[in-house]
Design a protein around this ligand. Structure first.
Ligand code: CAA
Ligand code: FAD
Length: 384
């Protein structure tokens, strides 16, 4: 398929990555997904295995312990993992596209040796800390401060809603150093867990992605060495935005996977369930739901692949990443709701998975920039 000269032809390697992710999701995530969701248990063992299989640093160059793969491979794997377990896939997405990508792209050689290597191999997990209690969509209004003390920064403040908040060893923390310069005074710092004054706050009790680990993080007089700053003084906001462009492709792929997972379950169930003397798949009302689901999911897939290809080809992907996330997350919410409907009463109880996928879908319209923020980003790109 070609859109604007972008070729999506998948290679043998791409298909092998997709098959490996599918096998892993079906064999290692599916059996415990409901239990972990119910009790809000993080998939420690599974994430460790995902690291061993190369899923935690897919796009990092082999020099730093990564898989050296392209963004298409990454979205293929994200889709397969997300079909089954969006909690595992958000840990994967944050580690790959927000933490590892940002470090490889903008970190110093020392930072890469020290932090990127163990992060890319899945030995340790990373977190990306931009949001605050009073700065979510309005991300430039950072209240967390990183005071310049000569050879170190003194960090004070609170970060909210941090994915991998409790399980991460390394956090990329966005903080304001020069308030008078507004967003141009913000820095991105690498802060290790265990640093004095760095406290992990309460774990959130969530509607969906309940097996993922979301915490607030508190910093009081945390000393961070100057060499842990990423990029030049004041580069932190640009770092966060640039990194989030790629992150949005990962979350778009997650949304696509949630939608496709619900659709696959709905197709299977519709052939098995009988009403009025025939399989419900023989009722045209159900067929039309499936046809519409398949069409919208395919459209979302094309947008996700397009954004991934543009990133791989070194083209600008700000707009296509935002479009992919906006569209795929709406498709995820809608398709999972339809999948529950196709399952009838069985769709409303835990053992058929679709109710969990419906709860998980909602977050894709909220994090890494809400749908409203994606529209703002797209409109600015169109009108600039
Ligand atoms: N790519 C690159 N640069 C960007 C950018 C993008 N997508 N969006 C904004 N910028 C740059 C602008 O170019 C500008 O830089 P210059 O002044 O050097 O030109 C700077 O950022 C400030 O931009 P604006 O003047 O447009 O600022 P604004 O306040 O009007 O809007 C915003 C900024 C786009 C709304 C931004 O705050 C935003 O994206 N908000 C959403 C935050 C977000 O996505 N948070 C996600 C947290 S991580 C997460 O959620 C992880 C997870 O769940 C798994
Ligand atoms: P607000 O910004 O207060 O928005 C409230 C509503 O107003 C939304 O509907 C929003 O779209 C709308 N709105 C706001 N401004 C505008 C505007 N200008 N125009 C139109 N509508 C607007 N953050 C991290 O940094 N790292 C993470 O790892 C992370 N993980 C998360 C995991 C979970 C489970 C959750 C729930 C959140 C996570 N977040 C993370 C935070 C997430 O990115 C924010 O919640 C999100 O960006 C929205 O910010 P907010 O919650 O403050 O909502």
């Amino acid at each position: 398929t070609t859109i604007e000269g972008i070729n999506f032809n998948l290679t043998e390697e791409h298909l092998a990555v997709q098959a490996a992710a599918r096998d892993f999701a079906q064999n290692e995530l599916l059996p415990t997904a409901i239990e972990r969701d119910t009790h809000s248990v993080f998939p420690y063992e599974q994430i460790k295995k995902m690291g061993e299989l190369g899923f935690m640093g897919m796009m990092v160059s082999p020099e730093y312990g990564g898989g050296g793969m392209d963004t298409i491979s990454y979205v293929l794997a994200m889709e397969e993992i997300s079909k089954v377990d969006a909690s595992a896939s958000v840990a994967m997405s944050v580690n790959n596209s927000l933490v590892c990508w940002g470090l490889e792209e903008f970190g110093t050689e020392e930072q890469k040796q020290k932090y990127l290597k163990p992060l890319a191999s899945g030995e340790i997990i990373g977190a990306f800390c931009l949001s605050e209690p009073e700065a979510g969509s309005d991300a430039t209004s950072q209240k967390t401060t990183a005071e310049d003390k000569g050879d170190y920064y003194l960090v004070n403040g609170t970060k909210n809603w941090i994915t991998n908040g409790g399980t991460s060893s390394v956090c990329l923390v966005i903080a304001q150093t020069h308030p008078e310069l507004k967003h141009k005074g913000i820095n991105a710092l690498i802060i290790e867990k265990g640093t004095e004054g760095f406290v992990v706050g309460k774990k959130e009790d969530k509607m969906g992605i309940r097996s993922s680990d979301t915490h607030s993080l508190m910093f009081s007089d945390v000393k961070v060495p100057k060499e842990n700053r990423i990029g030049a003084d004041g580069f932190g906001f640009k770092f966060a935005m640039t990194t989030l462009n790629g992150g949005r492709i990962g979350i778009a792929a997650q949304a696509l996977g949630i939608a496709a997972g619900a659709y696959e379950l709905a197709v299977k169930y519709s052939k098995e369930r009988k009403s009025f003397g025939k399989a419900i798949s023989e009722h045209q009302a159900i067929q039309f739901k499936l046809a519409e689901m398949a069409t919208k999911i395919e459209a979302a897939r094309l947008l996700v692949y397009k954004a991934a290809r543009q990133k791989d080809e070194g083209k600008d992907y700000v707009e296509s990443a935002a479009m992919a996330k906006l569209f795929a997350s709406d498709v995820a919410m809608w398709a999972t709701t339809e999948a529950v409907q196709i399952h009838g009463g069985y769709g409303y109880v835990k053992e058929f998975h679709v109710e969990r996928l419906m709860r998980d879908a909602k977050i894709t319209q909220i994090y890494e920039g809400t749908s409203e923020i994606q529209k703002l980003v797209i409109a600015r790109e169109i009108l600039k």
